[in-house]
Design a protein around this ligand. Structure first.
Ligand SMILES: [Zn+2]
Length: 235
């Protein structure tokens, strides 16, 4: 095989490796992103529940305060009863007490309803917090694995990137550009073997003359169908 094609073949093999490693790295990065988003989703639910519970507790506190006020009113009114002289006044104060007691009953009911609402949300919050905790634990263990694997990939990519630069330096700018363009347009495969008068890149038949030239010609030959650069293994 011509020396130029030998270099291109090496470059192609290296690029195949690089593409494979980058793909694996991307899969891991995607996994991290997905689990990060899932964590954020559950955290947002917990935060929302916290906010809702706080709001309900404030409402409950206001009801509690109103109840204390009404209870105080009842006590004061009842305290006035022994000193009352007229029937009319007596009836009026009794009515006042009765109204205040009714109000108390309503306030107590409202407080109980708030408590029930708070209870439901608190149970939900507890459940979600537990889910979040176990997912955080799992995610952080997995992320540590992923980080280690990615660091390893980065090391290999760095190392192979240096090898790639060295291989590229051995090629003319024209060949380099041609190779690079094919790599991008032909799904990462720019250099392919030709065998039995067939391009193994696109599986199309090659003109016999072109196929024979591959053994002898000094120039790089490309497939007339897919334009990939061709090489042959020694006969
Ligand atoms: Zn082809």
């Amino acid at each position: 095989m011509q020396e130029k094609m030998e270099k291109l073949k090496d470059l192609q093999e290296l690029d195949q490796e690089l593409i494979g490693i980058r793909h694996k790295r991307q899969v891991l990065a995607d996994e991290q992103q997905v689990s990060g988003e899932e964590l954020a989703r559950i955290q947002a639910m917990v935060d929302k529940l916290d906010g809702d519970i706080d709001a309900l507790k404030k409402e409950r506190a206001a009801l509690q305060q109103a109840l204390a006020q009404e209870q105080d009113n009842v006590q004061k009114a009842e305290g006035r009863l022994p000193a009352i002289k007229t029937q009319k006044e007596y009836v009026a104060v009794l009515k006042e007490v009765d109204t205040a007691k009714k109000m108390n009953k309503e306030l107590l009911d409202s407080i109980q309803r708030k408590d029930a609402e708070i209870d439901v949300l608190a149970r939900d919050q507890e459940e979600k917090t537990e889910e979040l905790g176990s997912l955080q634990e799992k995610t952080s263990a997995r992320n540590a694995e992923i980080d280690a694997a990615m660091a390893e990939f980065d090391g290999v990519l760095q190392e192979k990137g240096v090898q790639r630069e060295a291989l590229l330096k051995g090629l003319s700018t024209t060949v380099r550009k041609r190779y690079q363009m094919l790599l991008e347009r032909r799904g990462g495969i720019a250099v392919v073997e030709a065998r039995n008068e067939t391009c193994l890149g696109c599986n199309m038949h090659l003109p016999p003359q072109l196929f024979n030239n591959l053994y002898t010609a000094a120039e790089i030959q490309s497939c007339p169908h897919c334009n990939r650069l061709l090489y042959v293994l020694p006969r």
